[in-house]
Each structure stands twice: as C-alpha cells, then as structure tokens.
Design a protein around this ligand. Sequence first.
Ligand SMILES: *Cc1c(COP(=O)(O)O)cnc(C)c1O
Length: 398
Amino acid sequence: MIETLPDAHGHFGVYGGMFVPETLMTALHELAAEYERAKGDPHFQNQLAQLLRDFAGRPTPLYFAERLTKKLGGTKIYLKREDLLHTGAHKINNALGQILLAQRMGKHRIIAETGAGQHGVATATVAARFGCECIIYMGAVDMERQALNVARMQFLGAKVVTVSAGQATLKEAISEAMRDWVTNVRTTHYILGSALGSHPYPMMVRDFQRVIGEETKAQILEREKRLPDLLVACVGGGSNAIGLFHPFLNDANVRMVGVEAGGEGIRSGKHAARFQGGRLGVLQGTKTFLLANEDGQIELTHSVSAGLDYAAVGPEHSYLHEIGRVEYDFATDNEALAGFKLLSETEGIIPALETAHAVAHIAKVAPKMSGDQIIVMNCSGRGDKDVAMAARHLLSSS
Ligand SMILES: *Cc1c(COP(=O)(O)O)cnc(C)c1O
C-alpha cells in the first residue's frame, strides 16, 4: 500500500526526512505531534471542514469542459475547479489547516514564504481571519512579477519582506523564512506552502490537499460511474498534484502525470524540470530530486510562472517517480502560454500560468486518446495574477 507513507521519520523510500538545524528539531517534533493529535480530533476536523466550506468555498465543482473536449478530439476532459476557491488557488486548503494547528499550539505569529504570491495571499488571509501577526518573505524578482499579490497581502495586514539574495525567488524566500523561524520559534508558526521541506510538512501539506482528490473521486463516480483514465496536474513543489493523486494511488488503472516547468527547453538549461536531468540531493530540509551541478551547488531555475520555478520537487513525488506510479512530463514556457490561451478561449476560464502547464500537456495527449476515455485536470488556480505577464507575451500591443 503506497498510501501509508511516509514512515515515522518522514521517509518516502530514500526520500524526505528532516535535514534541518538542531534548533528547529524541537519545533518540528512538536508540530508533528500536534498534527497527529489534531488528525484524530473530531473537533479539529469539524472546524477545518466548516472553514473549507463556508470560508474557502468547498466543495469545488468538477466541471465537464465540453468545448475543450471537442477541440482536442473527443476524450472527455473534466476540470477540478480549485481556481474558484477564495483567494484563487488550492493554497487556501493548506493555509487553513495550518492556521488551526498554530492556534492549537498557541502560536500567534505567522510567517511564510511565497513565490507566485498565491501562498502569501492565502497565508495573509487566514492570519487576518484569526487575528495573527503575519510576515511574508518574497524574492525581489517575484515581487516585481506578482505586484498584484503583493498589494493583496498588504491590504490583508501582512508585512511583505523583500528578499534580494541569490536569484531572489522562492528558494531564497524559504531560506529567510527558516532563519526567522530559528530565531522566533517559540512564538511563531511557519506555514510552509507546498509538499516540501522537512518532515512533517510534506505529509501534512499533502493531507490538507487530499480533499481535492477525495472530492474528485466522489464527483467522477457520481457523474461517470467509473474512475478516470488519466489525472493531470502541474508540479511546483507538488502540493496540488499530490492532493489530486494521493486518493487514487491504489487504483491501478488510473494513470497520473505531473507536469513540470520546461522553461525555454531542457537543453537551454533554463527550466525547472527536476526529473529531466535533476539529481538526488538535499535542499531546505528534505532529500529529493533537485537541479544541482556536479559539486552539489543548486542551479538557477527558470519558468514563465513564478509558482513552478523551485529547484527541488517534493520528496513524495521523487518516490512516486522512482517506483513508476506517477509519470512526469514538462511543458515549455511557450507551450504553457498556448495552453493559457487555449483554456481561456475555449472554456472562458483564464488559468494561472502554473495551471497552463497542465493544459499544455492535455493539448498534447488528449488527441492521441480514444473518445471513451476520461481525463481529469486539476485547475489549480486562476490567472488574474498573471494577466500582465501573459499580455507581455501574447498581446502584440503590450
Ligand atoms: C503555487 C501554485 C502552484 C505550484 O505549487 P504546487 O505545490 O506544486 O501545487 C500551482 N498552481 C498554482 C495556481 C499555484 O498558485
């Protein structure tokens, strides 16, 4: 049974674990223990279910994309509409779960990192909802790419701290958040935004995102009376993908594909496709596939979407890749931009550029499948935050 991982120390096979400074070990053990208690506590589960329903807007629809289906040759395409959630992406599922844990631990100062800004917005949102102080670390480059989300976080009362070190994107923002946590660990909870980092985060974030796959399973069974043939999701750290995939792992006839950022192409070296030429290493708390040179130095990444350009992938994905249960493909910037246009024009849904990578994959594979097959794609977020970036590439007047 694949579903029972990780082990007690956070290992998915050889991946995962707890590679952090000694000063954080106590906090991580405390978090893992509190999470175990909360998991078995009906009060916590009810509180979370109620917030997911009334505050975030769950369940999200499973939408039959009729025109996209026709356009791509007839294989039925369904979209799991996480883009319809409050704040515009799946990130709120995890942020709500973790803020409730922080409350239980008596920690009222909240910190987080953000890349595209979606996790920062989700965290600032739940911090405002619970009256917590909130500090968001964000790379200077991402702040420029995602100015709309920076303003949203500020309106929500969060302090956004600019991180200018290194590549000034997500990796550096995580490092700064970890430094803050080491210093303020007694009063502070770190709401990590993806299925990444040290145990218990990859497991905990996955569990909070599993609601995506659980709902999808019930919805497709009701609608089609059978399971889908293929699940597709984009993979940054991997939280929306593992959330969709996990409840289906033991359903042997369901294929799954995670789509990474191919950037300007794998040969260009400007990409973030960890399973294309990546190697085993340790980064920011976990052992996993990452982009590094032969000396182990982390390489620069590139993607048109700020949410997919992290150098490491969540450790459970490395495991699922190794055992062959999930396949990993990539879409280039140009393919993602074409996917962005395709979904907007055929379905009236403007997706996030991250999500557009999954659309690009479907555009490739659906025409080769047969008309009686079913694809479910996770529509991880909406594209409002990416309008300026997409306009620069797609609208000639901009
Ligand atoms: C953050 C984000 C992603 C990438 O993160 P995962 O943890 O891989 O899901 C994908 N889509 C959207 C809309 C996001 O905001």
